[in-house]
Design a protein around this ligand. Structure first.
Ligand code: C2O
Length: 558
């Protein structure tokens, strides 16, 4: 643990008046003392739930007793399998509905109620938890706690549902939206990449899985749009299926380091929200925004607004799929270093949740890295976008057949790609000047670093800023200056940045983020491992904002 070196630039003493020196001396003493009390770099201690402060009214019920440390369930809890939402049977649906009906009936003062669960999620992303020894409120999104925190949240949520119906074997389903098979194994429920019909019909309060605030274009039988900026999509179901597959393949396969997959390092004492991993923006964020109602009073409520998202039962099925993809990423093989983070500050960080007995429990990240110990696993489903080959340059999607009609991804740029000519033509970004991305595509070149040395090359955008209360989506392309942003079905498609609006973001300390993309894997796929520079094109999709970033550089990551 290091004591506060960034403290100096975080707390400025703006005093140079007549009684300057004495006051400056005093201020320096105060500053030094203040800095000594503030920690910079350590595991997060468990937040104190009774100190929660939320402008949005997000604080969960208080607790009169301190949290008890988490204990593994042990073999008293049967091993449970979370099943794909489109594959469950009528008996399961009835149970699932009963569990949410009971959860909805509980008063908000009960920490097991759906309202209290949603508030807990909101508090953890809404700057509601502060610490005496840190200058910054906790933020569990857009950084390396995203995957483990949501695993914990779902674990306790599932235990509550199970106890409400008195069935310890009960599990949440996972919404298998990454599976683009056009066939619906159970016609009444729908295909994997549509919202299962039992969430929407009947479309009223008699169905505990129904939610009033949803995008009408996301309802069955519409195909999900994993590249959505919200609202309706103009693409045909077939091209959505292809685009969704491309997006999954690129986001998963280019995440060749823990940093790329999990997101930014985030230690106690630091400002949060520094930048999510490959999947957090898209498909995770895009599924949120696509599912939320663009015409709600607060646009994209409920799913498309993190403050309210967990009010929709779909939230938990969506996150179960994210949780499953974490497992898939680790075991998929292929290029890179696909392992969990081993940093001690990460492993020892603690969070608190209410369990099925309304008891407050503190749990560490290291407690949730082994699913066997949590006594659940996932039903095996095909991951066609990932399977077969471990080689990027023969990506499985390229040879995949979807109702016999999935074409290989093609190059969308000029037919005889001459990378060197393209490099020559592309401008460099002005040094030491903020770059602004408007609704016009932006193309520039960057020098590579140590291409043959150890580690993976990554492209890093630093200090990315935008209006965090609104949506934003950026698609990136390599060696395709003509990109228009709607074309994902291009071999040059390089990855996407997507932001879910946070109505309360103005209250937060962190206003900039970084965005990282896995360069080595992509260059390998394009067969361009020998180029000296890369040519990058950024395009905003959907409603456009003024998006700024301080720098774009190629760096090395392990
Ligand atoms: Cu905590 Cu999907 O968000």
């Amino acid at each position: 643990m290091a004591l506060s070196e960034p403290c100096s630039d975080r707390r400025k003493v703006g005093m140079a008046g007549p009684r300057g020196s004495a006051l400056i001396g005093f201020a320096v003493v105060v500053l030094v003392l203040g800095c000594m009390l503030v920690v910079d770099g350590a595991p997060f201690p468990a937040p104190r739930i009774n100190d929660c402060m939320s402008w949005e009214g997000c604080c969960p019920p208080r607790s009169n007793v301190p949290p008890i440390p988490f204990k593994f369930p042990g073999t008293s809890l049967p091993m449970r399998t979370r099943r794909a939402a489109h594959l469950v049977d009528a008996a399961y649906i009835a149970k699932y509905r009963r569990a949410y009906a009971l959860m909805r009936k509980l008063p908000a003062s009960d920490p097991r109620s759906l309202v209290a669960q949603a508030r807990l999620h909101c508090a953890y992303c809404g700057a509601a938890f502060t610490y005496p020894k840190s200058n910054y409120a906790l933020e569990i999104h857009d950084g390396w706690f995203f995957f483990p925190w949501h695993r914990m949240f779902l674990y306790f949520h599932e235990r509550i549902l199970a106890s409400l119906i008195g069935d310890p074997t009960f599990t949440l389903p996972f919404w298998n939206w990454d599976n683009q098979s056009p066939t619906a194994p159970q016609p009444k429920v729908g295909a994997a990449n549509t919202m299962p019909s039992y969430y929407t019909s009947p479309g009223d309060n008699s169905n505990s899985l129904w939610n009033r605030n949803r995008n009408r274009c996301a309802l069955p039988p519409n195909t999900i749009d994993l590249n959505s900026g919200g609202g309706c999509s103009n693409s045909s179901p077939r091209s959505l299926r292809i685009d969704n597959t491309r997006l999954m393949a690129v986001q998963m396969r280019t995440a060749t380091t823990p940093g790329l997959f999990f997101g930014s390092t985030y230690r106690f004492g630091w400002s949060g929200g520094l930048g999510g991993g490959n999947l957090e923006g898209s498909p995770h964020g895009t599924v949120h925004v696509f599912t939320g109602n663009p015409n709600a009073a607060n646009p994209f409520d409920d799913m498309g607004n993190l403050d309210r998202a967990a009010l929709d039962p779909l939230f938990y099925a969506h996150h179960a799929n994210m949780d499953r993809l974490w497992q898939v990423w680790k075991t998929a093989g292929g290029r890179g270093n696909r392992v969990d983070i081993s940093d001690r500050d990460y492993l020892n960080s603690q969070f608190v949740f209410y369990d099925e007995n309304k008891k407050l429990v503190s749990i560490k990240v290291s407690d949730v890295l082994d699913l066997n110990k949590l006594r659940y696993n996932y039903q095996n489903v095909p991951n066609p976008w990932m399977s077969a080959s471990s080689q990027m340059n023969s990506m499985s999607v390229d040879s995949m057949s979807m109702s016999g009609s999935m074409p290989p991804s093609t190059m969308c740029g000029p037919p005889n790609l001459d990378p060197n000519a393209m490099i020559k033509k592309a401008p460099m970004l002005p040094k030491k000047k903020t770059t602004v991305l408007t609704n016009k595509p932006l193309t520039f070149r960057l020098r590579r670093v140590d291409p043959s040395g150890k580690g993976e090359e990554i492209l890093v955008f630093k200090k990315l800023s935008l209006d965090w209360t609104k949506t934003a989506t950026i698609n990136a392309y390599l060696f395709y200056p003509g990109a228009d942003g709607t074309s994902i079905d291009c071999r040059e498609f390089f990855g996407t940045f997507s932001h879910i609006p946070e109505a309360n973001h103005r209250k937060k300390a962190a206003y900039t983020r970084s965005w990282k993309l896995g360069l080595s894997a992509k260059l390998e796929q394009l067969g361009l491992i020998d180029v000296s520079h890369v040519v990058v094109t950024l395009v905003q999709v959907g409603s456009s904002q003024q998006i700024k970033f301080a720098s774009a550089t190629v760096e090395k990551d392990q």
